[in-house]
Design a protein around this ligand. Sequence first.
Ligand SMILES: Nc1nc2c(c(=O)[nH]1)N[C@H]1C(S)=C(S)[C@@H](COP(=O)(O)OP(=O)(O)OC[C@H]3O[C@@H](n4cnc5c(=O)[nH]c(N)nc54)[C@H](O)[C@@H]3O)O[C@H]1N2
Ligand SMILES: Nc1nc2c(c(=O)[nH]1)N[C@H]1C(S)=C(S)[C@@H](COP(=O)(O)OP(=O)(O)OC[C@H]3O[C@@H](n4cnc5c(=O)[nH]c(N)nc54)[C@H](O)[C@@H]3O)O[C@H]1N2
Ligand code: SF4
Ligand SMILES: [Mo]
Length: 691
Amino acid sequence: MGEEKKISHCCFCSMQCQMEITKKEGQYEVKPSYSFPVATGKLCQKGLQAVEHTISEQRIRTPFMRSDRKDAWSESTWDDALSYVADNILSLQQAHGKDAVAVYGGGSLTNEMSYLLGKFTRVALQSKYIDYNGRYCMSSAATAATKAFGIDRGMTFPLQDIAKSKYIILAGTNIAECQPTMMPYLLQAKKAGATIVTIDPRNTLTSKIGDIHVRLEPGHDSIFVNGLLHVIISEQWWDHTFIEERTSGIASLMETVASYTPERVEEMTGILAAKTRTIARQFAQADSGIVMTARGVEQQADGVDNTLNYINLCLVTGKIGREGCGFGAVTGQANGQGGREHGQKADQLPGYRSIENEKDRNEIAKVWGIEAKDLPRKGVSAYELFDKIHQGEIKAMMVLGSNPVVSSPNSSYVEAALQKLDLLIVIDLFETETAQYADVFLPGSSFLEAAGTLTNLEGRVFYRPQASVLPKDAKLDSEIIVELATRLGKGAFFPYETAEDIFDELCVASKGGKADYSGLTIRKLVEHDGVFWPCPTTDHAGTPTMFEHTFAHHDGRAYFHAIVPKWSGEAVDEHYPHILTTGRLGIHYLSGSQTRRTPKLQQKAPVPVAEIHPWLAKKIKLAGKRMIKITSRRGSITLQAKITDKIQPNTIFVPFHWGKQLSINTLTSDQLEATCRMPEFKRCAVKVEAM
Ligand SMILES: Nc1nc2c(c(=O)[nH]1)N[C@H]1C(S)=C(S)[C@@H](COP(=O)(O)OP(=O)(O)OC[C@H]3O[C@@H](n4cnc5c(=O)[nH]c(N)nc54)[C@H](O)[C@@H]3O)O[C@H]1N2
Ligand SMILES: Nc1nc2c(c(=O)[nH]1)N[C@H]1C(S)=C(S)[C@@H](COP(=O)(O)OP(=O)(O)OC[C@H]3O[C@@H](n4cnc5c(=O)[nH]c(N)nc54)[C@H](O)[C@@H]3O)O[C@H]1N2
Ligand code: SF4
Ligand SMILES: [Mo]
């Protein structure tokens, strides 16, 4: 039997570690690849198992249809399934207008698929309704970075710079479980003398490597950061020259933080004044420093403000745009960065262009060969698409690369919405909790089968080659979309044979946009192990470090934003006195669709376990089998509890990787951030009872 060695990149987190996959006598062996300069020589436990779900018996391999959702699925041919979809779309649009059909995409998909979904919706469906799961993920960070810097690239520095930094603040980011192969960079920095501060309601695996841990109640970040800014400004540890030459808005920041003395912060949050002073002084005095945030601070009703305040820390100390310095909103999904640049967002056209800007509309219309007037306007955010279904405006939805029944806040509302649709098409690998409501269920491609480009958390655009063939009757996601466009009479606009054809068009479409890929070719990506965007010309080497000389606002400056902590999220009261926060385990990935079907991972964490503090356990008289019932204003769940003093006493943590009766999103709040529409996954008022 021959041995076949292929190169791919892990399908899970934003690190995008490269892997070597060897197929030997029908068995796959996955090893880290040493050649790609992101996670040299390492893969985490999910990466090592990444092939397993793609060969799972549960993977669907042919199209399925049914005329009534109560019926069992019937196998179908592609021809019948796609004709059925196209005919129904056309008749629904005839009866209810073009916007009756919506698309829901995902951040695991390649840049080409993200681009294709945006173009398909605007050109083939001519609908304004497209959004994607990244709305639940990177939208606060994207809005904050755009406001502060004029551009959104998650990390403003390459990973290598972490090792060169002398002071690293990690807020609401659990890197040890969520981007495990980034840990060696942090450990290298520590070895070279860096101080690491972690800020989280829990003592996490990440905080184990920290020198100082700030354990705060969910929602207290902006108060605490105002305390840090107060110390830096009042004691004049700031970088006056940087502020003067490269920023604007310091006056209003000074005014706002003037009253946030460390003592007042201590009164408001319980964080000791001495701790606030120490961190503020040490960070400001360090030669270099990095601040990183993730969903812990971003998935809140005030998520944009929280992120802006952490950015203020970099700006006030001049720690950005030079070696070992910068701000990083740690991107989550495989292509969480690229997935938000090429047009699958409700208000966006490729290259981070705005769908409401006339110049942007004209430029993209020209690339697409249509009239700008025929481009739809902006639609609504992911969760609001379900509102539009409830209101009867959206009648059909196509979901590709997401499992919103598990991952949406207040998920019973989403489930109810899907049941109201006249037509739900799901393109996935598995019969997910979402696919269970579908009328047409199509087998798409996994990461091993679809070649394409992705953009990792650093902003490094790279090429992922095809490493395996499609199973039985499955098709490439891109083929499905192109064939549907053809059946909708728009095939001429989608003349692609390969991912490279789509990438080349995407690069042209991005020219002059903020995420400018126009200097890239797949050959260049392969030759250089990826290239950092922006890369505006063919002779440009890419931009590993952002903002060395200028920010992306028209005046070249970065903007401070004075943050007055609001409390716009859900409030606790005597009926719901505790705070539920949700997040991740190292073992599982997102809605669990893939990792729950990976035996070696699922065995390690078969069900969600709630983390609760001994104080709360005692208060509710938890004993015996340690089962607890958690109830929010929207629902209840009964779970096994783990008593641990590694959590803020009034907070309960539950991972969200399960569906049905184990889904914590039946409880979470659907309050959305005012501008970017990020849901508040990290704070929800609950009561807790022992069962
Ligand atoms: N193993 C694994 N890795 C993943 C994923 C996965 O599902 N599993 N998902 C990927 C994706 S898409 C994403 S977006 C990233 C997410 O990566 P992270 O954002 O790092 O993950 P979370 O567990 O959601 O949240 C991080 C931390 O925020 C803390 N937190 C909660 N509330 C607050 C608060 O108010 N303030 C502060 N400072 N902290 C708070 C939580 O206790 C938690 O430890 O991970 C990526 N990597
Ligand atoms: N309570 C709570 N909820 C959360 C969060 C939280 O912290 N707390 N975090 C939010 C965040 S940050 C995120 S990113 C979302 C993610 O939530 P989801 O988007 O629901 O996450 P996934 O499980 O990645 O769903 C991807 C689906 O696409 C399929 N798939 C994967 N790759 C491909 C492909 O290439 N082609 C096709 N056709 N299908 C594919 C998978 O099988 C899976 O069913 O969850 C959000 N929900
Ligand atoms: S760190 Fe992320 S990309 Fe790397 S192997 Fe683990 S899950 Fe995959
Ligand atoms: Mo995410």
